[in-house]
Write a protein that binds this ligand. Sequence first.
Ligand code: UDX
Length: 458
Amino acid sequence: MVREPHLLLIPYPAQGHVPPLLKLASKIAEHGIKVTFVNTEFIAAKIMATMPEKAEKGSLIRFVSIPDGIEPDDRNDPFKTKDCMFRVMPGHLKELIKKINQSDECEPISCVIADICLGWALELAHEMGIPRAALVPYGPPTLAISFHVKKIIDAGIIDNDGYAMPMTDEWISISEETHPWKRNEFNWSCPEEPMIQKIFLEITCAAAETVRISNWVLSNSIYELDSPNCDLVPKVLPIGPLLASNQSGNSAGSLIPEDSSCLRWLDKQAIGSVIYVALGSTTTLNQQQFEELALGLESSGQPFLWVVRSNLVNESLTRFPNGFKEKLAGRGKIVEWAAQEKVLAHSSVACFLSHCGWNSTTEGLSMGVPFLCWPYFADQYQNRRFICEVWKIGLDLTPDENGIVTRHEIQRKVRRLISDDGIKSNSLKIKEMARKSLVEGGSSFKNFERFISQVKSC
Ligand code: UDX
């Protein structure tokens, strides 16, 4: 008897990681394949609170949740949360898979797809003899660096704590075919926080082993965007961009409720006029930097839509400059969270002031929106370099000698970006490349079909 495929998907429990896995789950279900989607109980409660519709009857995606074991007081401590999750979750996932496999009500799990940052879930699948795929939520440059990091450590270019050796050249390469990096552009680079840097380096190094034990490595990217880095890692299948807008139904996986009033506000703005400002789910600014950004937007003279999360400012109270909101008189719209893909697709949007998280990068380039880049940590510096120097679809915001991106810098770069026809034209070319990759005959389309046909025969 032929067994129907049944895939188990598990994301890393964070805002930047749940949506791409959820979009992948929808794409898989559209091929008539049953999916069990595993969240932590903490994340599941947040998604349920933000999703306008509950799971549809007859849907091929079933949501289940497992405990992460994290005490409420420890949720903001990156060391405790990582230790706890990696200690507690594997046992629960193993029990869940065993239970499903023994049940008469559904097919056993035929493949596990886990975020590459959850290597333990793929090790577990390996131990249990289940085929497995890693989903990479960051871009090909970061994946290639992760796969080859040991090479630069063994060569004495980077030490075991992630610091570049003092004698190292300004530029560090992992291969002659790919772009070299500055020492502060690596995804673990966080020199002022040695413990965090160590954790990031550990996670980076672990990715290579996860690639080795995976049958497939699914990348939320497009082969043509960065073929040299894709070619540096075995088993990579670029299947992106993973976008909610390509799929039917609600698949966003937002952990914060979206304020849809900004779409109505965008409808009233002139075509190609609005600066969309969103710095992802974890970036924080100090009060001085927050005020400079506010004043920079005000002095740009353009209308702007600004996502100000409740925890964007790393102080107890977010204070706008005196009289700021009153002076805007409809020219600025501030929301706590937006429907980002819909905003980027809106014809009123002129540019995207972004922290260059990989999801934001793929969403912006798929909609043909030029970027103003303001990276904050991890892979964002690598994404910024590709945006500004490889694809040439954006400009960089440069901090002054005190580390502040001033209002003048913001005003200057907004003006330059909006009047740069070359960048606009490159953005539209990349948008077309993204569109073509997803339609029949395109590279991501073909890679995904290949994956699905192999998974069906597991
Ligand atoms: C993090 C890292 O920053 C990123 O580099 C990594 O690759 C994944 O994890 P995050 O900082 O949140 O993610 O940035 P990003 O990857 O851009 O993801 C943010 C997501 O939130 C995007 O999908 C975006 O559409 C969504 N978003 C953001 C909203 O839906 N509304 C908003 O108002 C802001």
